[in-house]
Ligand binder design. Sequence first.
Ligand code: FAD
Ligand code: NAP
Length: 536
Amino acid sequence: MSAGDDALDVVVVGAGFAGLYALHRFRTQGLAVRVFESAPELGGTWYFNRYPGARCDVESVDYSYSFSDEIQQEWTWTEKYAAQSEILAYLTWVADKLDLRRDISFNTRVTAAVLDETTLRWSVTTEEGQTVTARFVVMATGALSAAVTPAFDGLELFRGELYHTAHWPHGGVDFTGKRVAVIGTGSSGIQSIPIIAEQAEHLTVFQRTPNYSIPAGNTSLTAEQVAEVKSTYAERRRASMRSGGGSPYVGTTRLTMDVSPEERRAAFEERWQLGGVLFSKTFPDQLTNSEANDEARSFWVEKIRAVIDDPEVAELLIPNDHPIGTKRICTDSNYFQTFNRPNVSLISVRRTPITSIDGTGINTSDAHVDLDAIVFATGFDALTGSLGKIDIVGRAGERLRDDWSAGPRSYLGLGDDGFPNLFVVTGPGAPAVLANMVLHAESHVDWIAEAIAYLDAHGYAGIEATPEAVENWLAELNQRAANTLFPKANSWYLGANIPGKPRVFMLFIGGFGAYNDICAQVAADGYRGFELIKEP
Ligand code: FAD
Ligand code: NAP
């Protein structure tokens, strides 16, 4: 514990995009801040996910901090979708430029945060047994930071190499001459499979649910493109903050079936050529109207069938159990074409489930696959996983874990009743993973910083969501989700990937710009729905 840690204003947990900005923002406001980060280095997602092909799926020029024009003018992205190493280099550069490291404790896992109701201070304890107290705790622990390896029977017997995409070795892995399995075909699997296939002697992909993916269309950025973005950054950022998903692209306002088949096709084609995740927002009703969604899906199916040689393999790779876009749409470079390679096989574990793993490979219900390495691309206990590992104890000894046993509770995704002065950044109850998470982290941290400034200026000791505000917000989240096609998919948005996790749609689906407006209005109304506490 460094000198002065007993007089902290804010403890921030996590040093990814969100925690780093929080440190800078709070420090600029004159607050005493300490960041605890369990990893040996900063970067969060971009420190851990070093698998081959890892890159962002929101354009780099948008998936970057907007709070400092100096930073966005000085840094130059080299690719439309930056690779993990470039994003990590960017975060390291920002941290050095802002001299952030001196207030970050690395290799320090927070295990508990306990409220003292008599002082309204939080005691934050680390794995090593250090305890500091602070007026505020900001959880920047990441929506996708608790990686999951399914408990396959016999996993511990395997004598080959085991990897998880979210804990990739720093020196990289050479699969040359090896028989490799990838389990999982979400974004991480879909990005890594084409590259692993180029190296491995043989790659077997174990697919549970086929996924929709759109060609990323990644390219190097030219000097002209960079100059154009830099000269229009202010407008680009304004449009992103107002948008549905945190990028500056505006879709048509016309509904899918209100345009002619030719216009519809042209609109889909235009988004296809743009590349990436925005395909699912070609028309505004694509995720609310089944007929509209079917149109987008048919376009997608036709494109994908055209690049897969074997019709039986195509049948396995084309999803038919959920509408397009209701799980996070993936972006790829030659994913579907990879299954045309002679050294790649596809096993549907829906047809032939994995029964066990043994010393030499994976057993399915009808075969044994000999392997030298297994890669788990099996995802995360999303949104609540990292928070759930911390023993968070609020008023009257109530644990956040228990309060959330039927699903996460919050008002605006920012605060929960019974847990005053505890904030969560880009967690459940907010758009979170449905938006560009860098800009979202900035908007959340700005809101929290302004709330703290307001409390300080008006002599308040604390801020706490009221139970009514939490209940109303949950009802609003549910109602908005029920009006969409999202509940039709067994997605991690609903916790469906984790056995036993309550099935609740955890996100605000009304769009990033609309959400920012709601948060701003709440603040303008004197923090409507929050109780401002004078004395502990
Ligand atoms: P993280 O980067 O996850 O950082 C959280 C930090 O908290 C971690 O460093 C973790 O070690 C630390 N931590 C957690 N618990 C504790 C604890 N108890 N004690 C101490 N430290 C703790 N989003 C997009 O918008 N666009 C993209 O293109 C995109 N691509 C992605 C690609 C991959 C491979 C993945 C996995 C996610 C991607 N995301 C993307 C989502 C991504 O997680 C966010 O964009 C963003 O990086 C999250 O930043 P964060 O700071 O909120 O969380
Ligand atoms: P994911 O989307 O949850 O995918 C995990 C995959 O593993 C799914 O195919 C899942 O199948 C499968 N799986 C899980 N448990 C299994 C089991 N027991 N047996 C067989 N298969 C199993 O995780 P992810 O790919 O790591 O991506 C998570 C999120 O991170 C993304 O949605 C995205 O938000 C972000 N991300 C973004 C990028 C990017 O392009 N920038 C890259 C990586 C990650 P089911 O579908 O049947 O559950």
